[in-house]
Design a binder for this molecule. Structure first.
Ligand SMILES: *Cc1c(COP(=O)(O)O)cnc(C)c1O
Length: 391
């Protein structure tokens, strides 16, 4: 069966160039980067080159980047690391209601430990209001963590403004940029952050590798202890092939990002226009402050799980909400935060386009999607009643 992958926010395929760059580090170049001999120096050099690539992408110094096991570890380290190192100042953290679980769950853990967490609301487009951030800051606040771009609805947050407020008040500012990094520009001085999390598998790199940017001078404690790797902030022998892979993926993104934004956004805009022509379909999230690859729509009278499963039968992969919430009962916390009702949230799907998707694939998707929606609506008693009522 022909398969079409439209779930690029969940993960992306590792690009062939990345796999090729990683190969030697499973084979002849296997040394431990901490070793002083040739084998160690070889892998240490490879890590440093990858670090340089990431630093270029973010516009930072090399030594402000550390590699960890992925986006989740990066978010956890940013939150627990700054909370612990700054606990003498206070026990308050500001975040938003639409963060990824990798931010929300560490915050909930700290809450159970006696910390106060402010979960800021968002407007109907999914945007945090910088004034709300300003109002929430107290003398006790040690960290603000607001994501760069949301993984379900793609909303891009006003980080620059929030960062300016954070700096004025002397509060550290972390962003989960896992969905944004290597997809849209993320120079740290433009988005104005002190800590930034990214993950390899969301931009055609390997899984199980990610990193954290930490602005020089930020007070942060490690939470894994052992060897002195990664400037003493992340113990454990480095995932050398993974680091080489993420470095290669970043290098390629640097070259291709501008063109990819134009290409992917044009596919996205065309598909959105066609989807909105279908009766009872609405776009969720911001119309322009949005990731180029993200579409999230509510489809009246159709259950999102039913759409995902029926499309899967036809070889098309999309997602109901985010991949992390899909396995759980209850509607997405992001869709309810933007004001959708339980029914609307349970009839919403996410389509995320990748660099390898073609216009033909999206045309095929649209045809199949219309069939699936019609069939499901034919089976929906509520929809049938509505249809009779309107005649
Ligand atoms: C995928 C994702 C994460 C988690 O990253 P992993 O590398 O899978 O641990 C965190 N935050 C956001 C916004 C994500 O999309």
């Amino acid at each position: 069966m022909k398969r079409i992958y439209l779930d690029n926010a969940a993960t992306t395929p590792t690009r062939p160039e990345v796999i090729e760059a990683m190969q030697p580090y499973f084979k002849q170049s296997f040394g431990n980067p901490s070793s002083v001999h040739f084998f160690g120096k070889e892998t240490l050099n490879a890590i440093n080159e990858a670090r340089y690539r990431v630093a270029q992408m973010l516009g930072t110094k090399d030594e402000e980047i550390i590699f960890v096991s992925g986006g989740t570890e990066s978010d956890n380290l940013a939150i627990f690391g700054t909370a612990y190192a700054n606990r003498d100042k206070g026990h308050h953290i500001i975040t938003s209601q639409i963060e990824h679980k990798a931010v929300l769950e560490p915050c909930r853990f700290l809450e159970r430990e006696g910390w106060r967490i402010t979960y800021l609301p968002v407007d109907s487009a999914g945007m945090v209001d910088p004034d709300d951030v300003r109002d929430a800051i107290t003398g006790e606040t040690v960290l603000i963590s607001i994501m760069n771009a949301n993984n379900e609805i793609g909303a891009i947050q006003p980080l620059n403004e929030i960062g300016t407020i954070a700096r004025e008040r002397g509060v550290y500012f972390h962003t989960d940029a896992v969905q944004a990094f290597s997809h849209i520009p993320t120079k740290v001085d433009e988005i104005n952050v002190d800590l930034l999390s990214f993950s390899g598998h969301k931009f055609y790199g390997p899984k199980g590798i990610g990193g954290l940017y930490i602005r020089k001078g930020t007070a942060i404690s490690p939470y894994l202890f052992g060897g002195y790797q990664e400037f003493n902030l992340r113990a454990g022998t480095e995932n050398v092939p993974g680091i080489v892979g993420i470095g290669k993926a970043v290098q390629l993104s640097m070259l291709e990002m501008d063109a990819q934004i134009v290409y992917i956004a044009s596919l996205r805009d065309k598909l959105v226009r066609s989807l909105l022509e279908i009766e009872g379909v609405r776009l969720n999230g911001h119309s322009s402050q949005r990731l180029p690859n993200n579409i999230n729509v509510s489809v009246d009278f159709v259950d999102s799980e039913a759409m995902v499963i029926n499309l899967d039968f036809k070889g098309i992969a999309i997602s109901a909400g985010s991949s992390c919430t899909a396995a759980m009962k209850g509607p997405s916390h992001v869709l309810t935060a933007i004001g959708l009702s339980y029914e609307e949230a349970r009839s919403s799907i996410r389509i995320t386009i990748g660099k390898d998707n073609t216009e033909e694939e999206l045309t095929y998707f649209l045809d199949v999607f219309k069939d699936v929606v019609n069939n499901l609506r034919d089976m929906s008693p509520v929809f049938q009643e509505r249809r009779l009522g309107s005649k």
